[in-house]
Design a protein around this ligand. Structure first.
Ligand SMILES: O=C(O)CCC(=O)C(=O)O
Length: 275
């Protein structure tokens, strides 16, 4: 177990609240390497697509399924992240997908309230033995569209997801009722902070109405025992090879040459409606 992985206290908070933030889990030097690779990686930018919100504001996203040996893959495979995920999920995990979400100043779009398992259920994962982590590459604030959560909402279980404008969201009728009893938290992060959250955690984010960019690196994990029963655009169980925590600094800038990206991901809910 990595000495940098989540502590027993953090794991307890995660189980109670559905999320926890590990402050400064990555050093300034590590985040600078990941950020500058993201800024200069042509393949990553060429593979990007845009996701619109109800007002036409757009988040730029690049998505991939297999972590690989580039610096983003080393992040997803490093011991402190994978050991934390295994402690959260309670068994061997595998990498389900990762993405770079870029909200540019005055342009980055909002995300409706949703649970990641709202999507992954439709993709054939039978249990919510899954979790997500978000590494902030820039300061992620209320002004530039940080993640928002409804604390404790993971305990509501999976909520029906419906199409809502151009996105799929958790049933909008239920959200105001859940908001009456649950705390609405804007989870601000500094570069290097990692937010871990449960697959059934209700989360959303606002558009970036500020002059400050908000880029985040997101990795999602599934339990080995929860490989989807049908094939879809994210992988079934694929062994994940952990790397030591030192791997990022040892690699330095290492871009994604040769990596296979996911085209705009097939979304069973959106695409069923489109058909
Ligand atoms: O980047 C964000 O603000 C939200 C991303 C998100 O909720 C997701 O990818 O499921």
């Amino acid at each position: 177990m990595s000495a940098l992985s989540l502590t027993p206290e953090q794991l307890e908070a995660y189980r109670r609240d559905g999320y926890v933030v590990a402050r400064s889990m990555f050093s300034t030097e590590e985040v600078n390497l990941i950020r500058s690779t993201a800024e200069n990686d042509d393949a990553l930018h060429k593979a990007a697509y845009f996701r619109s919100d109800a007002n036409g504001s757009k988040t730029r996203m690049t998505v991939w399924n297999h972590p690989g040996d580039d610096i983003f893959g080393l992040f997803s495979r490093c011991e402190r992240i994978v050991d934390s995920m295994e402690a959260i999920i309670g068994e061997e995990v595998y990498h389900y997908n990762s993405k770079l979400n870029a909200k540019e100043p005055f342009e980055g779009g909002a995300w409706e309230w949703h649970q990641d398992y709202g999507y992954w259920y439709a993709s054939g994962c039978l249990f919510p033995r899954m979790a997500t982590c978000i590494l902030a590459l820039d300061p992620s604030t209320n002004e530039n569209g940080c993640l928002q959560v409804l604390k404790g909402s993971h305990l509501a279980g999976r909520i029906e997801h419906v199409t809502s404008g151009k996105q799929v969201s958790a049933d909008p009728e239920r959200i105001p009722h859940l908001m009456e009893s649950l705390e609405h938290v804007h989870v601000e992060q500094q570069p290097g902070d990692v937010l871990f959250f449960d697959a059934n955690m209700l989360h959303a984010s606002s558009a970036n109405a500020s002059a400050n960019r908000r880029w985040v690196l997101i990795s999602c994990y599934n339990a080995r025992s929860n490989s989807p029963y049908k094939s879809h655009h994210h992988p079934g169980y694929t062994p994940l090879h952990k790397v030591p925590d030192s791997a990022i600094l040892a690699a330095g800038v290492r871009p994604t040459a040769g990596k296979v990206f996911v085209d705009r991901p097939y979304n069973p809910l959106e695409d069923a409606v489109a058909l």
